[in-house]
Design a protein around this ligand. Structure first.
Ligand SMILES: [Zn+2]
Length: 159
């Protein structure tokens, strides 16, 4: 009995089908409303289904199964079955069940790189005497908070 990973929907189609359409049309990382806290800063990896809420509410995971569990409060097996990706094989009882993927450190790094690029643009503007708006200043503060949030997730994952 196990999860059949290639029966899972694409992450972007899946979140849209659950009422959380992504904003961007392209790119590896997309943004939608967080399943957990409702802030519009959930980052979703369109290829792997890794997700992390940048508001710091703690919602994060590594695949569509983890999304299903977070949205519907289901356990792993229930989530796999609801997704049509569970194989029941009575002859194969001893096959270990696969867990949902945790949010990978590699994905956390990519999110950090995006935020760092934003910080560099703001810093570059200031250095060249470009006035930054109140909104941009606020966004820069959020950027620092997001980097702290992701760093904490990675640290927690290592312990
Ligand atoms: Zn959230």
């Amino acid at each position: 009995m196990s999860l059949i990973r290639n029966h899972l929907q694409s992450p972007i189609e899946y979140v849209a089908s659950q009422g959380y359409p992504v904003r961007e049309r392209g790119g590896k990382w997309r943004t939608c409303v967080c399943f957990n806290c409702g802030h519009s800063r959930m980052r979703v990896n369109g290829e792997t289904g890794a997700f992390v809420c940048m508001s710091g509410c703690g919602a994060r995971g590594g695949d569509v199964v983890a999304m299903q569990m977070a949205i519907h409060g289901q356990d792993f097996v229930t989530a796999c079955k609801a997704l049509g990706a569970w194989q029941d094989d009575p002859k194969d009882d001893k096959t270990p069940r696969r867990r949902p993927l945790p949010f990978p450190a590699r994905d956390a790094l990519e999110v950090l790189v995006e935020e760092a690029q934003f910080a560099a643009v703001i810093a570059g503007n200031v250095a060249h005497g470009v006035e930054i708006s109140g909104d941009e200043r606020l966004r820069a503060m959020q950027c620092a908070g997001r980097i702290r949030t992701v760093a904490r997730y990675v640290q927690e994952g290592r312990t």
